[in-house]
Design a protein around this ligand. Sequence first.
Ligand code: ADP
Ligand code: MG
Length: 257
Amino acid sequence: MSLLAVRGLTRRFGGLTAVDAVSFDVHESSIKAVIGPNGAGKSTLFNLITGFDRADEGSVTFDGAALVGKRPDAIVRAGLARTFQNTELFEDLTALDNVRIAADVGHPGGFLRSAVRFRLASGERDGAARAAYLLRLTGIDGFADTLARDLPHGTRRLLEIARALATAPRLMLLDEPAAGLNGAETRTLIDALYRIRDEGVALVVVEHDMGLVMEVAEEIVVLDRGAKIAEGPPLLIQKDRAVIEAYLGEECGDDGC
Ligand code: ADP
Ligand code: MG
């Protein structure tokens, strides 16, 4: 069953179609990547799904309910969280308290409605214990008592993911989570993504790090100039002619690219 269904989603800025009739599905507890050259429409697509921008056409259905027209906070409460390209933390609070505070956004009525969200919320009823659990899940529990402003860059990015998890999402959209991470931090991130997925949270990741994308993504959506030009598992995407052309800017002939 599809957890998120995007259908014909379109956003125009003047004469530019930033997102052009894009459709795809995200299944429960899966990892999907969205890739494409700069300006392909990836961030705009995330903004449309999460209520930060309004689509001109198309629909977004999450867990059977229409999302288009809903406000960002209502979408978070429905179980769809996101992170941004730029991190925003409470700099004077510890990593643990940053996660505890984020949890307050995610306690609407019906919080324990789904089994997945119950698992994320239960067992650790105490806010601090639950926050510590989410720091373990994201691989940064060693930094629980460090002030946000003293954290290394990669740990900040992971803390942002822990904060998004504190809202007990069933689906999380991550915009370039590996940007600026070194090799060891990227490894921590990849391991965290698998643990989060195994907790029953579906992930959609926009990312330029092709090593990460090809390793973690079960399926990849490729955007070019707003339109979806390919979708499928990593091994097929790597061989896809339209994808190679979009990335290398070359025309492919019959004898290859
Ligand atoms: P990506 O994240 O794939 O790099 P974006 O979604 O940020 O791409 O941008 C897609 C296109 O839409 C770009 O050409 C960008 O300049 C344009 N764009 C994005 N946001 C706006 C906006 N608010 N107003 C006008 N043009 C925009
Ligand atoms: Mg972007």
